[in-house]
Design a protein around this ligand. Structure first.
Ligand code: UDP
Ligand code: MG
Length: 324
């Protein structure tokens, strides 16, 4: 029997919400009267998530669970979900019910009209800090001007993709993945459905500042060379300024007698130039680190165990999914 829909849910320490989100997803998917699977990817949770998923999968044949050996990160969890999804359409949704599952029906409607990618566009974000909203909005706009790929503003990973798009995504071996960008990169017919992002059902964000920064640098570096060009343009500007200042300084030395006081200008130049140099070194380092990750070519994730796959698991053995 073929599966029509796969719902991929990355989960990390979501013991407080996972059961409710399972129930709501199930209620929504039952309304399609078509076949579906709920594929939870447990990204190395350290709380009771695994136990609860176990319990859920034992009572419902729609449910499949992939357990990572440790925390590999949200984007990697989504990747694993896509690798193992069997559906004709694959929907990625967060576990915390910030993205309303009911919207999936609308996405399916668009898919049936012939769209291969239907992404959720956030019109408003509730219950998130001022800082998070502002930095996220800023990031999407920086990304937009930095890259030639048309990555839609204010969209997360909540989206439906067609089997064909999913298969193309599986051919991308990239290690530091920015999935929402990759989906745009793949192309095909894409459209949006708009929604208001709710607040988290319970618990705290699993995206602390550090992970947010990592994700945004991944997004920027994997879709743009512009940060590298900062060295060229910034360096040129600073050299030009330096040159002008050199003329002034020489003029003062040759034609006036007021050359001794100069501590302020020296320290300012010193700070400005060394700050700029270190910053650019850092930018280059971000790219080199990512090149290093690619050359090491480690597998993207390690699966500890799977549940609910039954016979399908044997057909599609763990080693059959290889990136790179
Ligand atoms: N998540 C994950 N691995 C991580 C961090 C988060 O699988 O290392 C999952 C998390 O359980 C949730 C989704 O990714 O289902 C989005 O995380 P969260 O809701 O905390 O992010 P936010 O909505 O605050 O940006
Ligand atoms: Mg969330």
């Amino acid at each position: 029997m073929t599966t029509k829909y796969s719902i991929v849910v990355p989960v990390f320490n979501e013991e407080q919400v996972i059961y409710d989100s399972y129930k709501r997803l199930k209620a929504v998917m039952d309304r399609t009267y078509e076949s579906y699977e709920l594929l939870f990817v447990n990204d190395g949770s350290r709380d009771r998530t695994s136990e609860i998923l176990n319990y859920i999968s034992e009572g419902d044949t729609h449910v499949k669970v992939i357990e990572f050996s440790r925390n590999f990160g949200h984007q990697i969890a989504i990747t694993a979900g896509m690798d193992y999804a069997m559906g004709q359409a694959i929907v990625v949704i967060d576990a915390d019910l910030q993205d309303p599952p009911e919207l999936i029906l609308q996405m399916i409607g668009k898919w049936k009209e012939g769209f291969e990618v239907v992404y959720g566009k956030r019109m408003e974000r509730k219950g998130e800090s001022f800082f998070k909203k502002k930095t996220a909005a800023l990031f999407y706009r920086i990304l937009r001007v930095s890259t030639d790929i048309d990555i839609p503003l204010d969209t997360g990973d909540f989206r439906l993709i067609d089997r064909r798009v999913c298969d193309e995504m599986k051919r991308i071996p990239e290690k530091n993945r920015f999935i929402r960008g990759l989906v745009s990169w793949v192309g095909f017919k894409q459209t949006a459905v708009e929604y208001v992002r709710d607040q988290r059902l319970a618990g705290e964000t699993k995206y602390p500042l550090k992970k947010m920064l990592k994700l945004s640098i991944d997004g920027l570096t994997s879709f743009s060379y512009k940060p590298l060009k900062l060295a060229t343009y910034g360096g040129a500007l600073l050299s030009f300024t330096g040159f002008v200042y050199m003329i002034i300084a020489l003029g003062m030395k040759l034609f006036t007698s007021s050359t001794v006081p100069g501590w302020t200008s020296l320290i300012v130049i010193q700070l400005l130039f060394s700050g700029f140099t270190l910053f650019i070194l850092g930018v280059i380092g971000e790219y080199i680190g990512r090149i290093y990750d690619e050359t090491k070519d480690r597998p993207l994730y390690i699966i500890k165990e799977t549940k609910g796959f039954g016979a399908a698991k044997r057909v599609r053995s763990l080693s059959s999914v290889k990136h790179g």
